[in-house]
Ligand binder design. Structure first.
Ligand SMILES: [Zn+2]
Length: 337
């Protein structure tokens, strides 16, 4: 077996290609830098593709069922949110009969299972073998590709919708992924991309306490401006943007505030999720600390929810989602050559 290539501490912006950056934050053993060319935030050192593949193929999801959360309530809420995603997509597509949908990083396939149930032809890509096995059990083996999208070989313009939910911040070359997405979506179809918003209030005010930095998983951090630029570089244009997510925004704000006020390195989030690579941190955590954080979390739930909605209305929330279409399609609509 050949040795794994080392991570790279040198900077090369995956969005604009410049090699100049300014340090912005220290995130434990990592440094967050901002590209001087396009303002993209990048976490250094950058892992090798091989190390990244190992992280997602075997360690991101835990347990025999490949769940991301270790509690029943976490798993149940995840199912509810996947149903909600599916409903949003059905509405955006105006019906699902005969429609073809691709989900990048489909996890256990919960959202795709709803879409399939409602009549769509569904496909997903997933790097975790355990999660992909579960998705294949739900959707059928031909629906799940256990590989990168570029290796899947889908035909040009094959899909009516492609979704990239909280995946782009995990990849080494987001523009390359979006280019491939733009290739496989039909000229009439759309692409929906959602990421944590590193330009939001909490990310700007709470610094390294912001949950969305999520080292070591998140490699790049987008603002609405840099997400729009990534789409443009890939041949996509924004037709709609969304600044609040029931699934991510309130929980990100709540955990970030608990980090700022009580300390504890994302204690509640880590206590509830499978973090196999970070078992030492969980073992160091005392039971009473989790109880204090849980009590504070419950007490703050409603005010933080309202705060999160308000931040979303101001376009400063903890997530940003963008619906894109292919630029060529928009030019045709405008009558341009
Ligand atoms: Zn850049």
């Amino acid at each position: 077996m050949s040795p794994m290539p080392a991570a790279s501490a040198s900077f090369r912006c995956p969005l604009c290609g410049t090699d100049r950056s300014t340090p912005r934050q220290t995130l434990g053993e990592y440094t967050l830098v901002q590209c001087t060319g396009c303002n993209l935030l990048v976490r250094l050192p950058v892992p090798s593709p091989a190390a990244l593949h190992v992280l997602y193929s075997s360690r991101y999801y835990g347990g025999v069922e490949a769940a991301r959360f270790r509690t029943a309530i976490g798993t149940w809420l995840r199912e509810v949110f996947r149903w909600q995603r599916a409903r949003r997509l059905r509405r955006a597509l105006g019906g699902l009969a005969g429609r073809r949908v691709l989900d990048i990083g489909c996890g256990r396939g919960q959202m795709l299972a709803w879409l399939q149930h409602w009549g769509a032809e569904v496909y997903g890509t997933e790097l975790s073998q355990a999660a992909a096995d579960e998705a294949a059990r739900r959707l059928g083996p031909s629906s799940v590709v256990v590989n990168e999208l570029a290796e899947a070989g889908f035909p040009d313009g094959w899909f009516d919708a492609v979704t990239v939910w909280h995946v782009l911040e995990h990849v080494l070359d987001p523009v390359a992924l979006l280019r491939e997405v733009a290739r496989v979506v039909s000229p009439d179809g759309f692409v929906y991309v959602e990421v944590p918003n590193a330009g939001g209030w909490a990310a700007r005010r709470l610094g390294r306490r912001w949950l969305g930095y999520d080292a070591p998983h998140h490699l790049v951090h987008f603002t609405p401006e840099t997400l729009r630029l990534a789409g443009t570089k890939a041949g996509l244009v924004v037709v709609k943007d969304v600044h609040f997510s029931w699934e991510y925004s309130p929980v990100t704000l709540l955990q970030s505030l608990l980090n700022a006020w009580l300390g504890g390195e994302h204690m509640l989030f880590r206590a509830l999720s499978h973090e196999q690579h970070d078992g030492n941190l969980l073992r160091r955590t005392k039971c009473w600390q989790v109880v204090v954080h849980a009590a504070a979390g419950i007490a703050l739930m409603l005010p933080v929810l309202l705060w999160s909605v308000w931040l979303g209305c101001r376009r400063e929330g903890d997530t940003v989602g963008m619906m894109f279409r292919r630029i060529s399609r928009r030019r045709e609509e405008a009558g341009e050559p």
